[in-house]
Design a binder for this molecule. Structure first.
Ligand code: ZZB
Length: 258
């Protein structure tokens, strides 16, 4: 699987993450790195998700930059030539996902340029980087999780202001209008992020609908079919240093339909 690694620069750490990380990274800029298959939706990012129980590492990529992701992802990146020394993983420290919640980060290309890190129950430690950028307009998982968090912020131990950004329309389709994810969530009568079976079906529908029938409604490629805009947005992100190509070795992937 060929992902795009989105570099979300830390603007301010949560109190707990600040204590755990600040003096461990030297002068490096630190980025949470999200793996996405939908670079064209980055205009609509409203937050970012981590798994509260997942162990993340902070990895030195070189003397200037450090990435926050799972060890597994850092190792793959090292073998894809993204680190100063090929194949070499330099872990500066480790941190649990729960402590990252509340950190403020930059969201490349997004209408909301700075967003917060929030908890999601269904983040898989075995896929991508373990960091998921959230586009609730086009990802049913993201829409449902954001809805859950907004209903019960105390339960999820978050400040209401961290999940205050509304979904931003990015893609329109003839069948689902200007926001696919909330429409599919409603159609399948999904109630919570615990409805994982229906959410997998919703994701499948949303992927197909967006890719084959979607038209961009924002950004530089507004009016263009998603199929044509997707590689262009990706290229633009990579050229401007906001993202990089990240491949996941075949056979280790939890398949989309499973
Ligand atoms: C932004 C985005 C916008 C995404 C969208 C999807 C959609 P797949 O197809 O199963 O490989 N993701 C990435 N890593 C993880 C993880 N560790 N655990 C859970 N979810 C993860 O899934 C790839 C997509 O799943 C990625 O693309 C990411 O969310 C999420 F509008 O990034 B995506 C209809 C989907 N729309």
């Amino acid at each position: 699987t060929e992902y795009t690694g989105i570099k979300m620069e830390v603007v301010s750490w949560s109190e707990a993450a600040g204590k755990a990380i600040k003096d461990k990274v030297g002068d490096r800029k630190v980025f949470l790195v999200a793996a996405t298959l939908r670079p064209e939706t980055m205009y609509g990012q409203t937050n970012c998700f981590v798994g509260t129980q997942i162990k993340y590492g902070v990895f030195a990529i070189n003397d200037q930059e450090a990435y926050v992701c799972t060890y597994r992802a850092a190792r793959n990146m090292a073998f894809q030539g993204l680190t100063a020394v090929r194949g070499q993983v330099n872990q500066l420290t480790e941190i649990e996902g729960s402590l990252l919640v509340g950190t403020k980060i930059k969201a490349p290309l997004s209408i909301n340029p700075e967003v917060y890190v929030l908890p999601m129950e269904n983040v898989l430690p075995t896929k991508g980087t373990g960091v998921v950028t959230s586009v609730p307009s086009d990802s049913p998982d993201d829409f449902q999780t954001l809805t859950d968090l907004r209903k019960k912020p105390e339960f999820y131990k978050i400040e209401p202001s961290w999940c205050a950004y509304d979904p931003v329309p990015v893609i329109s389709t003839p069948t689902y209008g200007e926001m696919i994810a909330p429409a599919v969530i409603k159609q399948l009568k999904i109630q919570s992020q615990k409805d994982t079976k229906q959410l997998a079906e919703a994701k499948e529908i949303a992927y197909k609908e967006g890719f084959y029938n979607g038209t961009m409604t924002v950004g530089e490629f507004k009016g263009m079919p998603v199929q044509e805009a997707k590689p262009r947005v990706r290229e633009k992100l990579i050229q401007s240093g906001l993202a990089f190509a990240y491949a996941e070795p075949e056979g280790l992937i939890i398949s989309r339909s499973s």
